[in-house]
Design a protein around this ligand. Structure first.
Ligand code: SF4
Ligand code: SF4
Length: 645
């Protein structure tokens, strides 16, 4: 059956995840090439497109990193194919190099960058607001505020890109990406455009008019500014600005300017206080370049304006700069005046509170029954630390590596982590890595640590997908500079953290076509690494030995811990009807030393404080058997049928 996102159903209303709505927008808008590196909260966009690629005739790929994904999209747009590259906000940092060149270029088809920002950093290391990236690159940024717009703005962004001949950013936020809402479908517009590579840019700007090289740059920059100057009018024509000014004067002289997900909080707050249509509202569907004419014309009707936006006070700052000359009496409120929080996501309460304080309305009372419910429910939630899954091969690898540092280096070492589920190895009880940086940063940072004069072994930990993403150049650098670092590649054979997407080592593409496997150990050897060892992390003694040997080896060394992600393994086992063998604790052997819970920390192992004995939570146990190697008393063994603790 055809996936909902590919269905021909104009006028049909469907409940879609925001990311699915974006994917539907790409299908309706004749996107022909889509590429991404997975990253929460953006992953489902290309994941969904991969599912419908064959049905709608789109080329969809997971790329090794965001920069490559964007370059793939550039290539598509250069040949007249509407193209997109999707990424999370931090991932967009990777595209800055090609982007800053692409902005001077013209394309024969729409070129869309989707940036899924993550206010509050639900699954990210920061709250970066990529509207500033669009501002730096001088490209338009659109901000959909609901699911319908998430779909429709894909088409608007591509049309705008074609009209002004600039890459365009669609800036999403987590609440749009990962919530569900109503979406009315438009017609599916698919037309195969014959590819045509144009050399206009090279001919006209690099060779043309004798303005070769640097002399061409100011001219190209000026052209870009001319393009930008046309954006606001084009956006207005596309209906990206919607405003309402109450005819009989706004309540309290107040107008609100809002964009993105917080538009919903504003509407809810106005509705619940009976203020709908009584307070002015301007919804900005395009915020970069700052639409000065639209904002100035709206704000001139009010004594004060509240700016409600997700992320940094980008609109607020621009409004303040605009008001200095154009609207000197205007009072501006928002994040800079502490009416709204600058850090973290906005929500209904924060927006409603700001509105109430500016209109002199009472704070909203929380009904006592709701308070009671919150109190009861908070007691029901068990506090827990972030932890790797039961049977996670990464836990086994870290535990073995820790043991190796004790035997080979008197427990002294510096370990730098990377981005992936193995980052959880920083948390108790393992506490293996002492620090962590960006994608692929572990190897480069470890290189610097090793060259600092530190005499303890220096270890970098990196996952398989991250290795392909950004680890390889740093590994070459380590060989080139003979950095005495030990790299643990935690290869669970899939991009697990973002939803099990395939990577170059998996042997299949985004659309599940078989492809050549790019093998990590071959890359390591080709990078000049002489010590390369591959171990199964469930094989505890071999893992410890490999790490001990690596630590004792003089020069860069790599140990690849290879074992399929437990969750993916369970999924496959369930599909094949395979039985999972559980483990048990022999109470006669257990002496209650707590090594298995306090040092190893498999969440499937509990500890009975009264009996002072460990036990296995059979429901959670995946039968990896690593506990049998961890327990100094040999108390763990596979459960025989009908037996268990
Ligand atoms: S490590 Fe072994 S002996 Fe120690 S508590 Fe766990 S099961 Fe018991
Ligand atoms: S076999 Fe042992 S280590 Fe593996 S999941 Fe079960 S209890 Fe945990």
């Amino acid at each position: 059956m055809v996936h909902l996102v590919a269905r021909e159903d104009p006028g049909g209303r469907h409940l879609l995840l925001g990311n699915e709505a974006v994917a539907r927008g790409a299908v309706e808008s004749n996107v022909e090439i889509a590429a991404a590196y997975p990253g929460t909260p953006s992953s489902e966009i290309v994941e969904t497109l991969a599912e419908v690629a064959d049905d709608v005739g789109m080329h969809v790929q997971w790329s090794t990193n965001e920069m490559v994904a964007f370059e793939v999209a550039i290539g598509g747009a250069l040949c007249g194919k509407r193209s997109l590259a999707s990424m999370k906000h931090i991932g967009a940092n990777w595209i800055m190099d090609p982007l800053m060149h692409a902005v001077y270029h013209g394309f024969d088809a729409g070129l869309l960058i989707i940036s899924a920002d993550d206010p509050s950093g639900h699954s990210s290391a920061n709250e970066q607001d990529n509207r500033y990236m669009a501002q730096l690159a001088e490209i338009p940024a659109l901000e959909p505020s609901d699911f319908q717009e998430a779909k429709d703005y894909v088409g608007h962004a591509l049309s705008l890109s074609e009209e002004v001949k600039l890459p365009v950013m669609l800036r999403l936020v987590t609440r749009i990406c990962h919530s569900r809402g109503d979406c009315t479908f438009g017609p599916v517009r698919r037309e195969k455009r014959p590819p045509r590579f144009s050399d206009d840019y090279y001919r006209d700007f690099v060779l043309g008019g004798n303005i070769v090289g640097p002399k061409a740059i100011p001219k190209l920059h000026r052209i870009q500014h001319e393009k930008l100057a046309r954006v606001e009018e084009a956006a207005a024509r596309a209906g990206l600005f919607q405003s309402e000014v109450p005819e009989d004067g706004p309540s309290g002289g107040l107008g609100i300017i809002a964009s993105s997900a917080p538009v919903g909080y504003v509407l809810d707050s106005l509705d619940s206080r009976g203020l709908m249509g009584k307070v002015g509202l301007l919804k900005l569907g395009l915020s970069v370049p700052f639409p000065e004419k639209t904002v100035s014309s709206f704000a001139s009707s009010f004594e004060k304006v509240l700016v409600v936006e997700e992320g940094e006070p980008y609109i607020e700052r621009n409004l303040a700069a605009l008001a200095k000359c154009d609207l000197p009496g205007l009072k501006i409120f928002g994040k800079l005046t502490s009416h709204l929080p600058r850090e973290g996501e906005l929500n209904f309460s924060s927006v409603d509170g700001a509105l109430a304080s500016l209109l002199g309305l009472g704070a909203r009372e929380v009904p006592p029954e709701k308070l009671k419910l919150m109190e009861v429910s908070s007691k029901l939630v068990t506090p827990r630390i972030m932890s790797m899954c039961a049977g996670c091969p990464h836990r086994a690898a870290f535990y073995a590596a820790k043991k190796a540092t004790r035997t080979a280096a008197n427990a002294r070492y510096v370990a730098i982590g990377d981005i992936g589920c193995y980052t959880l190895g920083m948390y108790p009880p393992l506490r293996f890595m002492q620090d962590v940086f960006c994608m692929g940063g572990s190897i480069g940072v470890a290189n610097g640590v090793a060259k600092s004069g530190i005499t303890d072994p220096v270890i970098a930990t990196i996952g398989d997908s991250t290795f392909y993403h950004a680890g390889i150049p740093a590994l070459i650098n380590a060989t080139f500079n003979q950095a005495n670092i030990k790299v643990m590649v935690l290869d669970n054979e899939v991009t697990a953290m973002t939803g099990y997407q395939p990577h170059p080592g998996c042997g299949e593409t985004a659309t599940k076509k078989p492809t050549k496997r790019v093998v990590i150990e071959e890359i390591c050897r080709a990078c000049g690494i002489e010590f390369v060892r591959i171990v199964d992390p469930y094989d505890f003694s071999s893992s410890v030995r490999a790490m001990e040997d690596a630590i004792r080896f003089e020069g860069p060394a790599v140990v690849i811990f290879r074992r399929l992600c437990t969750q993916e393994h369970l999924r496959r086992a369930r599909r094949q009807g395979l039985r999972i063998e559980k483990y048990r604790v022999d109470l006669q052997k257990c002496i209650g030393c707590r090594t298995c819970v306090a040092a190893f920390g498999c969440p499937a192992i509990g500890f009975d404080r009264e009996r002072k004995k460990a036990y296995v939570i059979a429901l959670d146990c995946v039968g990896c058997g690593v506990c049998a190697s961890v327990c100094p008393q040999g108390a763990f063994s596979p459960e025989r049928a009908g037996e268990g603790t």
